[in-house]
Design a protein around this ligand. Structure first.
Ligand SMILES: [Zn+2]
Ligand SMILES: [Zn+2]
Length: 620
């Protein structure tokens, strides 16, 4: 993701003209997010921009894993059978949640279930009875659980059935009733067991689930709900309370939900440009009280029993994309496309047909995982994601392995740079800055950075060693042609992007049309990159796009035989490689940091950051 908010409050023509500015802002670090360090100091204030991106990394550990793939068809992917039903109950949220949370209660109303037994480690054993009285059994694990909001589970490897489900809870009618949305997926294996499972739900799985829910409603009327036990609440965390409302609150401590989990005590975390989209209320499926933050690192304080890779005391950086390590996509090193880490895959599938991986602190559409702008965070699939870092490096040197450094690096790697190449980079936010440095690391001879803010161009030049173009002062296409002997850059990186905002694509499309395309004739970064690139070159797009683009010059790309590469960063693949580069002293990512604050000051910084970006986008 990139930092490219289309603030409503700046919907003027200058918005479109200043699209580069939208990606700008200061990079903030919440330092020492521990109980003891209450307030941090606000330090430097040069306005280096800040972008946000996701990465998945590659772990030697998972390569050797021989465990059978559970989940070619688990949480994501439009394969298998999907059932989605909802019901409103006249029972308060906490009671309904408490009932469902005890999975052993489910057979009370789910006709096909004979029994569910839970063990203490988040795993459960399910037995279903088929039409001929034959039993089918499987083991499942909890993937995510947010009190009073979400429960998500899936089957474990080796089960007769590949199944996954999530239940979302919402309070309705002022808290007197509860909306329950059930999403269930299953894909029977081939053979006899498979046929039996298919028959469990019958020809009309939706109908079966609807009937189950009706029975659930009757259960609820018989008042068999009990209030759930309250979890201990004493951790401080940055919470989203609504549009432009961020508070530091005391919330329940995270607990191990799955044997592969770890709990990390957060030492440093960053506020990202894309966190501002949440602040501004543009990210759908956020709920009051959600814990924010997707860039964080810290110390492991608790480890699930099946996690043999981490130990208490390990110092780790956590990738902002979550990957299971076992699905087809993880095995293909396409970590950010993991099929299993988003228990709410169906929400993303509505928009995109398929869901990418889950993300920390970034709405229910991406899994509802609490983020790392908190004292502690639960890390799911912690035997795959977190990268151990050596004590010789400071937190600030390695924190950006959680997102923006690998993102900038993958953007450059996607350019297939050869010795002597010239690479042009649009947008000098943090991802742009890392793309510039990475292009040089990968052998580029010359990098040309394009932006409109003097301080960002100055950073690109002084830190990145790039030649710079201020697009307000020069005709970018002419300048690039001139600088490359008439040929054009060998590769172009669009680190600006356009993030989808609004609750539907249509809303986004309309807004984009008005503010980006029709209201101005200024060229858009991507169109300009495609126009500028030399014949046969590569256009790499780390900037995020969310929907349909208008006036996309595909004909130009075709005529010139361009290669286009894009997508969310495959974090897990790049993190270990880039850690090595940091250790060798080839790069020190801390150059991008502008402010250091304490956790309790986060709301103030969100405000400052958002205002600053608004101002920036109006400043000329
Ligand atoms: Zn980020
Ligand atoms: Zn996966």
């Amino acid at each position: 993701m990139d930092a490219h908010p289309t603030h409503d409050r700046t919907t003027s023509l200058s918005d479109a003209e200043n699209w580069f500015a939208l990606g700008s802002g200061a990079l903030l670090l919440l330092v020492g997010a521990s109980r003891r360090s209450a307030v941090g100091a606000l330090v430097a204030a040069s306005s280096a921009p800040l972008l946000y991106r996701g990465i998945t990394g590659h772990w030697p550990h998972t390569n050797g894993e021989t465990q059978r793939d559970t989940t070619k068809t688990a949480l994501g992917g439009a394969r298998g059978v999907h059932v989605r039903e909802s019901i409103r109950l006249e029972v308060p949220l906490a009671e309904v949640y408490g009932f469902w949370r005890r999975l052993e209660n489910l057979p009370q109303f789910m006709a096909h279930l004979d029994g569910v037994t839970e063990s203490s480690d988040g795993q459960s054993h399910w037995v279903a009875i088929g039409p001929a009285g034959l039993a089918v059994e499987w083991d499942a694990e909890i993937i995510n659980e947010i009190e009073n909001k979400l429960i998500a589970w899936r089957s474990l490897p080796g089960s007769d059935v590949v199944t996954a489900g999530s239940i979302n809870f919402d309070a309705a009618r002022g808290g007197r009733s509860t909306e329950v949305r059930v999403h269930l997926q299953y894909a029977p294996r081939a053979g006899k067991a498979g046929a039996l499972i298919a028959s469990l739900f019958g020809r009309e799985p939706s109908q079966t689930i609807r009937e189950d829910l009706r029975r659930f409603n009757s259960c609820s009327k018989r008042a068999r709900f009990r209030k759930p036990r309250k979890r201990r609440s004493h951790m401080r965390a940055v919470c989203w309370e609504g549009k432009e409302k961020i508070k530091v609150e005391t919330v329940p401590d995270p607990v191990i939900l799955n044997p592969r989990d770890a709990i990390v005590k957060v030492t440093v975390t960053a506020i990202c440009g894309s966190d501002l989209h949440i602040y501004d209320g543009y990210i759908p499926t956020m709920q009051k009280g959600d814990v924010l933050g997707h860039e964080f690192m810290g110390e492991v304080v608790e480890v699930g029993k099946d996690n043999t890779r981490l130990r208490v005391g390990d110092r780790v950086v956590v990738p902002f994309t979550i990957a299971c390590g076992r699905c087809y996509f993880c095995k293909e090193q396409l970590w950010s496309l993991c099929d299993n880490s988003n228990p709410n895959a169906w929400m993303a599938e509505k928009l995109y047909g398929y869901s990418a991986s889950g993300l920390f602190g970034y709405s229910y559409m991406y899994g509802g995982y609490p983020g790392g702008q908190a004292e502690y965070a639960r890390v799911p699939f912690a035997d795959v994601g977190p990268l151990k870092v050596p004590g010789t490096l400071t937190d600030e040197q390695v924190l950006f392995l959680s997102d923006i450094f690998p993102t900038g690096y993958m953007a450059a790697e996607n350019c297939q740079i050869k010795q002597g190449d010239t690479v042009a980079v649009w947008g000098c936010g943090p991802v742009g800055q890392f793309a510039i440095k990475s292009a040089y690391l990968l052998g580029a001879e010359r990098v040309i950075a394009i932006d409109r803010f003097a301080e960002r161009l100055e950073l690109a030049s002084s830190q990145g060693g790039a030649d710079t173009l201020n697009y307000e002062d020069v005709d970018v296409l002419d300048a690039l042609r001139h600088m490359t002997g008439g040929q054009g850059p060998d590769a172009c990186i669009d680190a600006v992007g356009l993030e989808a905002h609004g609750t539907t694509l249509d809303a986004w499309y309309d807004r984009a049309k008005t503010t980006m395309f029709l209201a101005t004739d200024r060229p858009h970064a991507l169109r300009q990159a495609i126009s500028a690139c030399r014949k046969g070159g590569t256009v790499s797009i780390p900037g995020v796009y969310g929907g349909w683009l208008d006036k996309f010059p595909l004909g130009v790309a075709f005529a010139k035989g361009l290669t286009l590469k894009m997508g969310q960063t495959h974090m897990h693949k790049y993190m270990p490689l880039l850690l090595e580069r940091i250790e060798r002293g080839e790069i020190d990512p801390s150059f991008i940091i502008t402010h250091r604050i304490g956790l309790e000051d986060a709301p103030e910084m969100y405000r400052t950051f958002a205002t600053k970006m608004t101002r920036a986008s109006r400043s000329s």
